[in-house]
Design a protein around this ligand. Sequence first.
Ligand SMILES: N[C@@H](CC(=O)c1ccccc1NC=O)C(=O)O
Length: 326
Amino acid sequence: MDVPHAGRRGEAPWKKMSKEELETQYSPSRWVVRLGAEEALRTYSQIGAQATSQARATRRSLLHVPYGDGQGEKLDIYLPDGVSTALPFFVFLHGGYWQSGSKDTSAFMVDPLTAQGVAVVIVAYDIAPVGTLDLMTEQVTQSLVFLQKQYPSNKGIYLCGHSAGAHLAAMMLLANWTKHGVSPNLRGLFLVSGVYDLEPILHTSQNDLLLLTLEDAQRNSPQLRLQTTPKSPSVPALHILVVVGQHDSPEFQRHSREFFQVLCLGGWKATFEELPDMDHFAIIENLSQTHYVLTQVGLHRPPATWQLPFAVNPQVLSEPLNLEER
Ligand SMILES: N[C@@H](CC(=O)c1ccccc1NC=O)C(=O)O
């Protein structure tokens, strides 16, 4: 694929890494400082499972709602008190390198967000080896179309993805909504510790199950696609928040920083923040807490007054863009 250059050229740092170093960089649990790697993963699953059973026991919910014909095409809706459906919808895509994770252990944010009058939707998609990345992207597209059709008076759809889920969320910037006959009322994208260029993944054990070819990786890389098909942002009201943890690996931090830069160059309204003290898992676990910067983003306010608590960090914008030469 011939790629025009955006910003400064340079070889991507991962290309100089040994196989071992690359494996470490792309193993988020190894960068957790508060716990050992295995315990960090175990704690993450436990907190997710606990938050989900609490949400199902205490909130009005619609579980396993089909958004398509496929077996895995289901979503869970958790509603705040009251009868109105003219609500903001916070839609969550779980992570797990497109091969693990489930909607049934990912309802971290239901309690604090429904208390603020926000509906929460947790979307399932067919993880590998059942699903390919192309299928997962199509499924997420379909889930948003379904929600828009089901709740046409919604006060905004705020799509949040974690890690591999942030990748799928970012792919929505390239979706062809006209093909689906409806454009979801997308107002916010929360991209948390995501992967936006899939080529390095080809050289890690994560690809053992995904079996991505270079072509698959390029077609499914939102960073590359947004660089190569520059078009003006199709959703003017959309604000994109790119966040990464202080204790995410340097490679994960690079993905977020560079993707943010590509978004800015493409004219999208975007904000970047590195969250202090957060690692790849705490950054989502804390969504179960009321007093956490990402939980306090204020979706319950009317969209006209909806504000991100963050300011654009000018330092990130002035850092040289080190997009690789292909
Ligand atoms: N095997 C991975 C697990 C992992 O990356 C992960 C686990 C749960 C939720 C998100 C994850 N990362 C990316 O999707 C690790 O070493 O941390």
